[in-house]
Design a protein around this ligand. Sequence first.
Ligand code: DC
Length: 220
Amino acid sequence: MIVAIDGPAGAGKSSVARAVARRIGAGYLDTGAMYRALTWLALDRRADLDDGAELAALARRYPSRLSPGEGGVIVQIADTDVTSAIREPDVTAEVSRVSAHAAVRAAVVAVQQELIAEGDWVADGRDVGTVIAPGAEVKVFMTATVEERARRRVRDLERVGQGVAHDEMVAEIERRDGIDSGREASPMQVADGALVIDTSDLTEQQVVEVVERLVAGARG
Ligand code: DC
């Protein structure tokens, strides 16, 4: 079974996806981590972020590897552990630009589809229900107001010692939303058959319960 959870940054997808995966005994795939790892590598190698062909070649040569670790998923690329580096502001600032290239997406999606071809998976991202797994048994599109998403991101970053002002975060989220939804190559959109959940006034637990009910329904 595949559970596809798409939506914009800060909607709470990854916490919900991880919790649902644990509860239903499925693997968890953070599809954004793969674009982040590639962006880290591209910055490290000083690749041209506007050159889709060059970036896609990097993606094919160095597929990112995700493996379960004690504190969550460990992300590696080109034999380097980039688990924390991919959450740094320099990567976050450029990842939408890198992931907008059609050639990059084709290379990354191929790896993602191979990974989830067998077994049960909960995958979160922007194009899980539309492109990676259009046949997913459960599809959810999680969203929340920009204000609420910015508040959550600021709080998460504070926890890891990074301070960002609320207004700056609102601007950053609006900028990334614009690129992710406006790009030509598989823009972020609600998949056919997806349930849209506005999480602005819901707790993580409430959202997990909604998704679990969908899973139970799909399993019959
Ligand atoms: O979910 P995230 O913030 O880690 O995602 C990082 C970026 O990667 C996001 O700005 C858009 C892109 N992305 C994508 O285009 N497709 C996905 N399936 C996942 C992420």
